[in-house]
Each structure stands twice: as structure tokens, then as C-alpha cells.
Design a protein around this ligand. Structure first.
Ligand code: ADP
Ligand code: MG
Length: 258
């Protein structure tokens, strides 16, 4: 048997998945390098959630193989549950619990101490909301709480399904700041599905565009935008484009943690 490639966080080989009459994933091959931030872009119904849930071990492929951190779900599920963090497309909380109680509940599942809860509540910028009932949080705060839960066990690999859909630009940026910190400080591998081009542009090293159950194109932003061979990106040559989100933040004057 061939030894798994250590530099790969995820290997998807010839994966197919159908639901009754719908072939949601039609034979996908994908390799994700350790430490990379990868965006999975595609319209509704493209098969993003199905693919991500198979990587998360929530759904089983009809055929093909998936290795996560070099391991299969079939043989290593307990280890994988400890090593990965996930945030589903919709997170349901217990509305009558407070933020701090919710984090402690999940920390308890992992056998983690309360000081880890304090680290996470700081990281997600919800310290001032620790006593708030979950039902009273804004959409962005709920998503940060969901992200916080997925981070509790210090995952090496984080999978987020549309973590920012429906959030306003400020709330989205707050999520980005947390994720960027995980990349720079913890070298976490991230796979995130999104509808937002600029999210992929700002956050990700590698972009995978899928539709109708297949990968249409993948590569770095520059390679996807057709910047030719021989191009050596530097901080000077990459123009930092001002986006609509920048304008929104400037106009509203609102920043993180307000
Ligand atoms: N549990 C399910 N039962 C039946 N069809 C499903 C199920 N989950 C997904 N599908 C179908 O599979 C296709 C891909 O869905 P999904 O993976 O959710 O796409 P995306 O996340 O890109 O919006 C869609 O046509 C969807 O309707
Ligand atoms: Mg989806």
C-alpha cells in the first residue's frame, strides 16, 4: 500500500454521490495541501455541501475514496473527530443558553477546561456578550459563536460551510479576521464554501470553482485570473484593490467588535 502523502490535508479520489435521482457529486478529484486556505466556490446546488460533508465524514461517498490528514473515516473516525473542526451550513443552538454556557457545554464534550473557553471567547470577540442569551445574538455574532465552537479543540483542519452567507460586510470581515489569525498563528488548514468571490480573493491561497457536481477550475487567484507564467507576485505588484466592503466600512465607520 502506498504511504499517504504527509503534505496533503485532504485527498479526494474519484468521489461520486447521488441522492435518488440527483447526482450531487459526479466524480471529483481534489488535493488540499496542509496549511492552505481553500475556497470552494459555486452556485446553489453545485454540490459544495455534499462534498464538504463527505470530507467531514457526515455523508458516505457511493464510490471513490477520501483521506483526511492521511486517514480514512472508516478506520480512524475517533482520531479525525479530535483533529478537525467543522461548522455546518446551519448551526442550531439552544436559544435559552448564554454564550458562555454554550461554549462550556461544547468544551465539556471535548473534555476541555474552562481556560480554553476563555481563549476562544476572546478570539471570537464575544467576551462582552458572554452573558447574552444565544437567541438575542445578531447573525454575525451567532456565526462567530459557531466558529468558536468549531475551534475549541484546536483543530488542524477546519471546514466551514458558508460561514458568512447572509451576513453584512462588517460581520463578514470579523469572521475573516479570526480566520486570518488562525492561518498566521496556528497554520490551520481551512476549507470554506462561499458564494462571495471577494471572500475567496481576500482569504484563500487556492480557489476551487465547482458546479453541477464537478470541479470546473481550480488554482491560485492569479492563475485563475490568467496571470501568465513567469509572473512573480510580490507585495509591490499585487494591487490591493479597494472593494465595496472597504467603502461600506469607511462610510459606516463601523469596525470590529462594536
Ligand atoms: N439529502 C439530500 N436529498 C436529496 N437531494 C439532495 C440532498 N442533499 C443535496 N441534494 C441535492 O444535491 C445537489 C447538490 O446539493 P448541495 O451539495 O447542497 O449543493 P450546494 O451546497 O453547492 O448548494 C442539489 O441538487 C441538491 O438538491
Ligand atoms: Mg450548501
Amino acid at each position: 500500500m502506498k504511504a499517504p502523502n504527509q503534505s496533503l490535508a485532504i485527498e479526494v479520489k474519484g468521489v461520486v454521490k447521488s441522492f435518488k435521482t440527483v447526482q450531487a457529486v459526479k466524480g471529483i478529484d481534489l488535493q488540499i495541501q496542509s496549511g492552505h486556505f481553500v475556497a470552494l466556490l459555486g452556485p446553489n446546488g453545485a454540490g459544495k455541501t455534499t462534498l464538504v460533508e463527505m470530507i467531514e465524514g457526515i455523508q458516505k461517498p457511493d464510490s471513490g475514496e477520501i483521506l483526511v490528514l492521511g486517514k480514512s473515516w472508516k478506520h480512524h473516525s475517533a482520531e479525525l473527530h479530535r483533529e478537525i473542526g467543522l461548522c455546518l451550513q446551519e448551526t442550531r443552538f439552544i436559544d435559552k443558553l448564554r454564550v458562555i454556557e454554550t461554549l462550556r457545554l461544547f468544551a465539556g464534550f471535548y473534555g476541555l477546561r474552562n481556560d480554553r473557553v476563555e481563549e476562544v471567547i476572546d478570539l471570537i470577540g464575544l467576551d462582552d456578550k458572554r452573558k447574552a442569551f444565544v437567541v438575542n445574538l445578531s447573525g454575525g455574532q451567532r456565526q462567530r459563536l459557531a466558529l468558536g465552537i468549531s475551534l475549541l479543540n484546536r483543530p488542524r483542519l477546519l471546514l466551514l460551510d458558508e460561514p458568512t452567507t447572509g451576513l453584512d460586510p462588517n460581520a463578514r470581515r470579523e469572521i475573516w479576521v479570526i480566520l486570518q489569525k488562525m492561518k498566521s498563528e496556528l497554520n490551520t488548514t481551512l476549507v470554506l464554501t462561499t458564494h462571495y468571490m471577494e471572500e475567496a480573493e481576500q482569504l484563500c491561497d487556492h480557489i476551487v470553482i465547482m458546479d453541477q457536481g464537478v470541479i470546473l477550475k481550480e488554482g491560485t487567484l492569479n492563475s485563475l485570473l490568467g496571470v501568465g507564467p513567469g509572473y512573480e507576485p510580490t507585495m509591490v505588484t499585487i494591487p490591493f484593490k479597494r472593494t465595496l466592503d472597504d467603502l461600506f466600512t469607511e462610510l459606516t465607520g463601523r469596525h470590529l467588535h462594536e
